[in-house]
Write a protein that binds this ligand. Structure first.
Ligand code: MET
Ligand code: ZN
Length: 801
């Protein structure tokens, strides 16, 4: 095999173990103008056929390779990653390994692939899709493999091999990227029919031959390198669970790479292996990885650190120093990064060093160049020029690794201009107007413990009961009502300048009036205004707060064809004027029932934006907390008696290492309390969290000190309710009684049954009745009857109390 460093066996010519000086671990897959999204959605809507979809995807792959080469990555030697996907990289692995669950038997090809991703129904048969969950600490979501004792593994390498051959025909020797075997199993869940306590990692021995075969096929197709993503090694929630310990995982890595790197090398040709560990610190896994016979290791030096001492084993390997942040969009200080790269050889004892990104670039948009942040004002033009200079999206980041690679091989003088320009941009950012606003800093610096405290909960309960006069089991919704075609049309017309602001706002008021009337007719107890005027629950606030910019084309894949356009938090945050008050006030003016004011919380605003890297997250969280606090107080002054501050992303930002979690929970919970603690005891604070696994954060939810918390619970049939009770949760709680992710209308009996379940383990005085989440993605056809059933069920159960 090919390791020039460890064997003398002569590899096929293209198979060199010398890793190129610069690479990226992955690249956005959706296309600079979301070409893949369009192709997928046309195909799913049956407007196009398989050849058209394959063609669109192939065109995009070709474009990506050409672009990466044009930006300076070497065309050969595996510098260009081959990391495209039709939907998700974990699904790609499940498909290639033949590991999809039995309910998809009988399907093949893209039918099978998309059935696993999206489920099937009607004539195609009822099949639930694979579950989707968060990918490490990003906003990307992957499809969770289901592995049981009976799962069979059979290789279909076509979706990996095809692109490598395609690249070869274009004169590129690309590096296929595959989820590694250990991480694949760590990311899996036990199949439904697996016995209690079954651990997917126990199937490693059966999986490895299939991976070995995949590696051989990739080599046969011409790949000189393969990248195996073992990021599971940095995430405590994956490697330290009820059924697996870090020691088990380390043993698994040893076994896996003995099979794939050592044994395969004996007499069989394989690609050289780049083992990747992104999203965090390798920690105790450094020696484990170093002891394998892989040729290169890619480490995240943005989130992770260099080892305390050189690690035996690395002297035969290349360490790919992930110094360019794949997680965020700030231009790097290349001088400092070059210093870090220079430190890697001595610190790790690596035989060779190369430069890379810390993670795949799939988490950042394609290109800064087409963006414009100029709102037509003088200040807008200034921000436009500044942000262009401060930002690096994927293409700019490729330029950064290329420059650092050149500095490494040819010396810094060879890229002196690039380094100087980067330093100037970083210095310019530091000193620019708005980045640091003294008044904002003075306010956060002056915060006192009391600013985070409301009065005693029991007193609040009494005061609120008196003010609101709600029945037992009060009914409400999570905030948004269906975003109809008319609403979207009006917003688009307003954005194009075809609808005046007055006309647009009138249209939104009409919609609010409609939604309020509907809720009164339905008999809901606490109403909402419906959020018609909001394009997105984070972007809406980003557009109204100082310190944020929004992009025009900065799309990032969230899952499948779904993309989001995160806002960019670049400066100190403040609220120039009230943001939601007139909408809430208008809605309240239409009804005697309480209308909830509706805000997005600090943590969620941060989680769904690109945040700054130049101040601690806690400082930014408090700045946003204070801006929201002013809004909450203004809502109260305007006569709003119930304010909901949504924190669906509270768990999302939870650090991957347990050691870092307490500090995170401290500032995240603190910022919520700061936002909500400015009101009187008789003003009721709600929060909403959408996920249903509360284990890690149940204490934090209590710490939020909200009067009422609504959560997702329907799909797990109220499982969370006894959990909350066991944890001693004594505040109002609204476990969702129906799943809004599906168009299904729940029957009265179904909702009643869930409520009866809830009443069994929670004090009925604490229980609220609401759907799982907001209704914006739903239509009225299902929303109106679903809510009618919800109200009827609440009345029925109320009568039994
Ligand atoms: C993702 S949580 C959504 C909460 C928001 N208030 C809504 O109802 O849409
Ligand atoms: Zn939600």
């Amino acid at each position: 095999m090919s390791q020039s460093t460890t064997t003398t066996g002569s590899p096929a010519e293209a198979n060199t173990a010398t890793f190129p000086a610069a690479t990226v671990l992955g690249y956005p897959r959706i296309g600079p103008n979301r070409e893949l999204k369009r192709a997928l959605e046309s195909f799913w809507a049956a407007r196009t056929d398989v050849p058209a979809l394959e063609d669109a995807a192939a065109t995009l792959r070709t474009r990506t390779r050409a672009r990466l080469a044009e930006l300076g990555l070497a065309r050969t030697g595996g510098a260009v990653p081959e990391a495209s996907s039709f939907y998700d990289q974990v699904l790609d692995a499940s498909y290639a390994l033949g590991a999809l669950p039995a309910r998809f038997d009988g399907l093949a090809g893209l039918d099978l692939y998309f059935a696993a991703a999206r489920g099937t129904s009607g004539d195609a048969g009822e099949r639930a899709p694979l579950e989707m969950t968060k990918w490490f600490d990003t906003n990307y979501h992957y499809l969770v493999p289901e592995i049981g004792p009976g799962t069979t593994f059979r290789l279909d390498a076509s979706r990996f091999v095809g692109p490598v051959r395609e690249a070869a025909a274009e004169g590129l020797d690309t590096r296929p990227v595959v989820v590694g075997p250990v991480t694949y199993l760590l990311l899996s869940k036990a199949a439904d029919d697996a016995p209690a306590g079954f651990e997917p990692l126990s199937r490693l021995g059966d999986l490895l031959p299939v991976y070995a075969e995949l590696l051989r096929e990739l080599r046969a197709a011409g790949a000189s390198w393969v990248q195996l993503d073992e990021s599971g090694l940095v995430a405590d929630h994956l490697l330290d669970t009820a059924t697996v310990s870090p020691a088990d995982v380390h043993a698994a890595v040893k076994a896996a790479y003995r099979a794939l790197a050592t044994d395969l090398a004996a007499g069989v040709d394989r690609p050289a292996i780049l083992l990747q560990a992104s999203y965090g610190d390798l920690g105790t896994a450094w020696p484990v990885v170093a002891a394998t016979d892989v040729e290169a290791v890619a480490v995240d030096l943005v989130r992770g650190a260099l080892p305390a001492a050189p690690v035996p084993g690395l002297e035969t390997k290349t360490v790919v120093a992930g110094v360019v942040d794949g997680h965020n969009i700030w231009r790097a200080d290349l001088g400092a990064k070059a210093d870090l790269v220079d430190a890697v050889a001595a610190a790790t004892g690596a035989g060779a060093v190369a430069v890379g990104t810390s993670t795949s670039l799939q988490h950042v948009p394609h290109d800064v160049e087409p963006e414009s942040w100029d709102d037509g004002t003088a200040a807008g033009a200034e921000l436009d020029a500044n942000l262009h200079a401060w930002l690096a999206f994927a293409d700019q980041k490729v330029g950064e690794v290329v420059a650092l690679g050149t500095a490494l091989t040819d010396g810094r003088d060879a890229v002196a201009d690039v380094l100087a320009a980067a330093s100037a941009a970083v210095a310019g950012r530091r000193d620019a107007a708005g980045v640091r606003v003294d008044a904002v800093r003075a306010r956060t610096a002056a915060l006192q413990p009391g600013d985070f405290e409301r009065g005693a909960h029991a007193e609040r309960v009494t005061a609120q009961r008196e003010r609101l006069g709600l029945p037992a089991l009060p009914t409400t919704t999570i905030g948004s009502f269906p975003q109809t075609v008319e609403i979207r049309r009006a917003r688009a017309a307003h954005a194009r300048g075809e609808l005046t602001t007055d006309a647009y706002e009138q249209a939104m008021r009409d919609e609010i009036a409609r939604v309020v009337t509907l809720q009164e007719e339905l008999g809901l107890d606490v109403l909402v205004h419906g959020e018609a005027e909001r394009n997105d629950m984070v972007q809406y606030f980003a557009e109204l707060l100082d310190g944020f910019a929004v992009t025009t084309n900065g799309w990032v894949q969230s899952y499948g064809s779904r993309c989001t356009r995160p806002s960019i938090l670049w400066g100190d945050v403040s609220r120039p004027e009230p943001m939601t008050v007139r909408w809430a006030q208008y809605a309240q003016s239409l009804t005697e029932k309480p209308v909830k004011g509706m805000l997005t919380g600090p943590v969620t605003i941060m989680a769904w934006s690109f945040v700054r890297d130049d101040v601690p997250l806690a400082e930014t969280a408090n700045q946003i907390g204070l801006a929201l606090r002013d809004e909450v107080v203004d809502l109260e002054a305007a006569g709003i008696a119930v304010v909901q501050v949504d924190e669906p992303a509270l768990r999302e930002l939870l650090p991957l290492r347990q050691a870092d979690q307490a500090a995170y929970l401290d500032w995240s919970v603190g910022s919520f309390r700061l936002a909500t603690a400015g009101v009187r005891p008789d003003t009721q604070v709600h929060t909403h969290l959408c996920y249903s696994e509360f284990g890690e954060v149940i204490g934090a939810i209590d710490g939020l000190d909200a009067d009422v918390t609504s959560i997702e619970a329907a799909r797990s049939r109220m499982e969370v309710v006894p959990e909350l009770q066991d944890a001693g949760f004594s505040r109002g709680v609204g476990p969702g009684v129906y799943d809004i992710h599906s168009p299904r209308v729940p029957s009265v009996a179904e909702v009643t049954e869930l409520l009866e379940l809830a009443v069994k383990s929670v004090d009925p005085n604490l229980l609220w009745v609401n759907p799982d989440c907001g209704l914006k993605t739903r239509g009225y056809a299902e929303t109106t009857p679903s809510l009618a059933h919800l109200v009827e069920a609440a009345h029925a159960v109320r009568a039994t109390l």
